[in-house]
Design a protein around this ligand. Sequence first.
Ligand SMILES: [Mg+2]
Length: 403
Amino acid sequence: MILSKMLGNQGYHILEARCGLDAITIAKSRQPDLILLDILMPDVNGYEVCTTLKNEVATQNIPIVFISAVEEPNEKVEAFSVGGVDFINKPFQLVEVLARVETHLRLSSMQCQLIEQANLLKLQNISLQRELCNISGINPREYERISESFNRNEFKVFYQPIINLQSGLINGFEALIRWQHPQRGLVLPAEFIEIIETTDLIYAVGRWVINTACQQLRIWQSYYPHLENLTISVNVSTKQLLEFNLVNYVRETLNEYNIKPQCLKLEITESTVMGDRDITLQNLYQLKALGLKFCIDDFGTGYSSLRRLTDFPIDILKIDYSFIHNAEWLIVKAIATLAFSLGKEVVLEGIETNEQLELLKSLFPNSLAMVYGQGYLFARPLDAFAASIFLEQAKTIPDLEIA
Ligand SMILES: [Mg+2]
């Protein structure tokens, strides 16, 4: 009563409630800017009132300041844990109550402005995205369909083993994205990756792949201590490498899952290394400084520039599957020889038969320790469970010879 009068004298319009239930009814119907709430009341207590209001959409953003004579620290902690923003002890000083009321009203007003601006930005982003879709010839409905599917967790990461050709042992996996469509089953990236890579989806999807792959690698390295150097290769696009916070994100992810940096390999394309954008190079070198390894994917099919092989911090060349598929052994040998002479390793993609494997091995008899293979002969891309079984089998036969 006294408080109402004092605040009323300061120009505030006051609504008074006689009990807890009364407070809930008034708050729902009148939606005040701020609530001063006692804890001890005749029917429901202040904590229950606060919990009820925080669970209602219409009242959840109203700041609630507890004002009570309770002295117990646990009672105060409870007030904050149910959603209160402040606690004022009785007996109170008017000047203190006024200062806190003004502060919380100001904060609340700023919060409302921020929410409005965020909603506005969201709308602007949607319309900008539609314009970008139109410019790049992408169907906006397709974009939305893929975006919604990603938000519904329909995308999965599959893992394809990479095998050392000298030892026949698994070196790591390449993480590959798939869409587990509820009606169509497993959809390959050819159907959706372009939309992801040419829109803002690449940032969220790209980070999700890095996170999922590192999380899975942590599970495997923990479960199979002898595979502490197992690696994971993640494909990253040119756009991702221009992302301002990419380096921090990768660093935090490695820390979160306790992954040794050299166990994470990033596969970039030839078009990425053809660009000379400052941010790309800066990010590449910062990631390299963390200890990551870089691999040029599908080497030999894009706009190859040999100069970039020494300008960029590349560790591995992944020779495109088409050379093996078309039996262009001389080209395979030439690229690999170049890689070895620059101190880089080689991954041969698309090995499907024992004949191909034997022939490839015969091309590099003295450098096999630096040559890795990937392809259906060893395994197709596997879901996490099947990849774990693959590792389990590799574990039980440590001298497994693939050929
Ligand atoms: Mg790749």
